[in-house]
Design a protein around this ligand. Structure first.
Ligand code: AVI
Length: 324
């Protein structure tokens, strides 16, 4: 079925400079590269494959929580709200909620223009009663919403525990930005991965099929292909472990030997076992996340989890401004 046209709002997000950021990151000690560079076409395919690995519990657990509790979630939301899907991608998780929520509008917010337009059009086709908007912006930098949402309640939706990939300070900034964008009366439905047995966490980032390993190493492949970097991908190994002090799973690319790589005329030397830190994935206790939410001007209304308390879906309210 073909639905109504999608309204497109292009805030023309600035493209990241891969070369500049890689050179800056490898010039630091310890060396690092932002996880945002994982997601080229191959990286996005590999991430989808990670989500289907039996060890990577977050995706399926969160989908089950959303599916099983969609009607209860709807009880807490105004029926004609506007869903603001942050990092909407294929909109797959929002689809689990739409029939129960019956919102008046849906705004898919994503940096990837082509992907966003295709996914929102599919959504408009499948939910012809929904007013669908595609908002192209980098919400990790700024979050502007089109005025069309009017006075209706805004329900921001940020699944996948993507918040875990932000350092606590940056997570706070992002939550504050979301609170400001959705305003008083707005709510945020967010997926938050929970602290748990270390073995389960480590296994989730070291799947037996080696998909996470390939996802991590694809960063070096990208550097080779896009930056003509002189780097031997086989001379690096994937490492993922739980850092108890920081409450996060860390991913690294570890040099198997002493070596030098060259990128655009710059040389970067590695000792044997020296690493490039490529990702942090913070895990929270429910009370820790409530504290973070509180600092960002949210209060927790309700938390849904699975029976094993692996993952949580949390509904937060923007706190009312104190009257002067
Ligand atoms: C996207 N993000 C929430 C994933 C995570 O678990 O931190 C990315 C990922 N990295 C390795 N596996 C999955």
């Amino acid at each position: 079925m073909t639905g109504a046209a999608v309204s497109f709002h292009d805030f023309a997000p600035e493209q990241d400079d891969f070369l500049e950021e890689v050179v800056a990151g490898l010039s630091q000690q310890p060396k690092k590269i932002s996880p945002k560079f994982f997601y080229d076409k191959r990286g996005s395919e590999l991430f989808d494959a990670i989500c289907a690995q039996p060890e990577y519990y977050p995706t399926q657990t969160e989908m089950n929580i959303l599916h099983n509790n969609a009607n209860d979630i709807a009880q807490h939301i105004e029926p004609d709200c506007v869903v603001v899907d942050l990092g909407s991608g294929s909109s797959e998780k929002a689809r689990l909620l739409l029939d129960a929520l019956r919102p008046s509008g849906y705004m898919g917010v994503d940096i990837s223009r082509e992907f966003l337009l295709a996914a929102t059009q599919r959504l408009a086709d499948d939910f012809p009663w929904l007013d669908v908007h595609a908002v192209c912006t980098d919400f990790s930098q700024q979050l502007e919403l089109p005025a069309q949402s009017g006075d209706k309640q805004k329900l921001a939706f940020f699944p996948g525990s993507s918040i875990g990939n932000f350092e606590p300070g940056a997570a706070l900034d992002l939550l504050r930005r979301i609170a400001e964008a959705i305003g008083e009366g707005g709510k945020l439905l967010i997926g938050v991965d929970l602290k748990k047995d270390e073995e389960l966490l480590v296994a989730a980032y070291n799947d037996d099929a080696g998909v996470t390993e390939e996802f991590n190493l694809n960063l070096l492949q990208r550097m080779q292909e896009e930056l003509q970097a002189d780097v031997d991908v086989d001379a690096f190994s994937h490492r993922a472990f739980y850092n108890n002090k920081h409450g996060r799973v860390e991913m690294h690319l570890v040099s198997d030997c002493e070596q030098t790589i060259e990128i655009d005329g710059d040389e970067f030397s590695f000792l044997e076992n020296e690493s490039i830190h490529t990702e942090n994935s913070h895990k929270y206790h429910i009370e820790e996340f409530a504290e973070l939410a509180q600092q960002a001007n949210f209060e927790v209304e309700k938390v849904w989890t699975d029976a094993e308390q692996l993952f949580s879906v949390q509904l937060l309210n923007v706190k009312a401004a104190i009257a002067k």
